[in-house]
Design a protein around this ligand. Sequence first.
Ligand code: IVH
Length: 663
Amino acid sequence: MNHRRHEELKKIISHHDYLYHVLDRPEISDFEYDRLFKELLELEQSDPTLTLKDSPSQRVGSSPLESFSKGKHRIPMISLGNSYSAEEIGDFDKRIKSYLKRSDPIEYLCEPKFDGLAIELIYENGFLTSALTRGDGTTGEVVTRNIKTIKSIPLRLKTDNPPKLFEVRGEVLIFKKDFLAMNAEYEEMGLNVFANPRNAAAGTVRQLDSSVTASRPLRFFAYGLGAIDGISFETQKAVQASLGKFGFPIAEKLTRICSNSQAVIDFYIEFEKLRPNLDFDVDGIVIKVNSLPLQEELGFVARSPRWATAAKFKPQQAESVIEEIQVQVGRTGALTPVALLRPTKVGGVQISHATLHNQEEIRRKDIRVGDTVVIQRAGDVIPEIVGVVLDQRPATSTPYEMPKVCPSCGENVFVPENEIIPRCLNPFCQAILKESLKHFVSRRAMNIEKVGDRLIETLVDRGLIRKFSDIYKLTAEELFSLERQGLKSTRNILDSINSSRKSSFPRFIFSLGIRFVGEQTAKLLADHFVTVDRLIDAKSDDLLSIPEIGPKVAQSIVSWFSNPKNVAEVRELLAAGIYFSEPSRSFSGTLSGKSFLITGTLPVPRDQAKDLIEQNGGKIVSSVSAKLNFLVVGKEPGSKLQKAESLGVPILLWEDLQNMIKN
Ligand code: IVH
């Protein structure tokens, strides 16, 4: 009985993992999913005879390893030759034709060159038995436990008669938006941030503690095979289709079959234009001869296949000059050096500053004011300094030293033990106050839209605000007396402050800016303690009983609330009329139980529209099907509109959606 239910649960949960993580089209609520998962765990705890190797319970990570063991690839993981232009793509095609002594067009499969970490997944009789990094191509590291935490990777092939051996090759990566959110969270926690999504993905796969890996947003795309036994294919396209059928994420929509080299070149040019809008980083396209028999015939030259090439995009790099190094004070008091650059275009985007991270980084690269530097947009998202052009260094330049005092208040700074970043600890430092206030009013915190950075600077400089709760005491006269402040904008500011009083407990906790308490932790605390008073009185043991909270975070929370000034401020905020209405776990609200999809440009940012729908109980889905309840349409809608119309899905304009929520 246990075994039957266990097999069933494994199947159901894997199916929902697939819907959620591969197809991005969940069919059950988080709540239902958690319930199934809990049943699975309870069953496994009560009966040690159950098979765990393909159980979703294996995805949560386990105790840290001392080191990774090594494993040999049955077929070496070789690298690709590179092309850098339309011309070189033409040369690649010519080489192939001359080698094959053919003149008729060759068919190619073109797909993204994912910028992540190459991984080999080994499936024996359908079960994922081992996962290896590429390593030196011959031998890689065994990272099976980490790889199993990636929910889009099937633990068992989605088929009833699996081949004896099936080695899948693909790339582990992190989506740009997940990377930015993760870095923001790390910054929040006072931890080092990652330079780019590729480094973050690579570091995470090679983490000795798989529970850390499990906490990070890794994704996977399959693009090829290693050794196989008991299955065969005729084309690269068929390989891709079969990978999709077996349950792997594939970049099907970004793949094109090109019937000749000109079509490949067209794709290369089109794809580069698409690059900034993709969810993940790419550094080019990979061009593969589609026919596998032809691939075989072409074979290898040196360490690369003759039948494939990576057509890279031009590096998004440029030279600029460091005009100044400015030291910014964050809301936790951390001092961060930032290079102010002579404004320069990199990959179509104007760059005027780049973070230098810390003194260590500056020393390592020996970066000085006045230096000519090579800058690049790391993984398309964050500008960084690659290095200094030494022969253009001014003769008078000297090494850069971080200041020993806070650039805002002039107090001595302090480097905490085991950290490298100096901090200003002055509780009255204006820079810290300004940054804390900017965080307090930000969209994900109290969401006081009309109180922007500039206004905060002015209000603090004028002495009108000394702490968070002062915001709720601002009067029309005070605001109106400021420069450039009209009657209408004064009213808007007061309205927006007023509507922020209606908030939620997690948002409120997050706004306080307690060190190490990001949005995620704030949600956990709200769920656990439910009321402000219980949170204020939280003891360390109580906090540590929440699985995701460790000693460092617990300590920070206890110490924050042990300061009577902080507690008084919390009470003052509540006295100012802040109250909680948003449910922490949704599925209630006027849109409850309905699914929505947005297409086209709405009058508000996409994120905001999604939040609005979710906050009112609606669910966001990512593709049109007959089951979709509503399509929300903005300006210049895509093909989704036609599809929805043909399926009879009701169409809403932005105004319709707003009315629906109001009623
Ligand atoms: S196929 C024999 N396809 O590029 C050819 N590789 O230089 C094997 N890569 O580190 C590679 N996207 O991880 C292939 N669509 C793609 C790829 C891809 C990224 C990486 C791969 C390897 C490097 C090869």
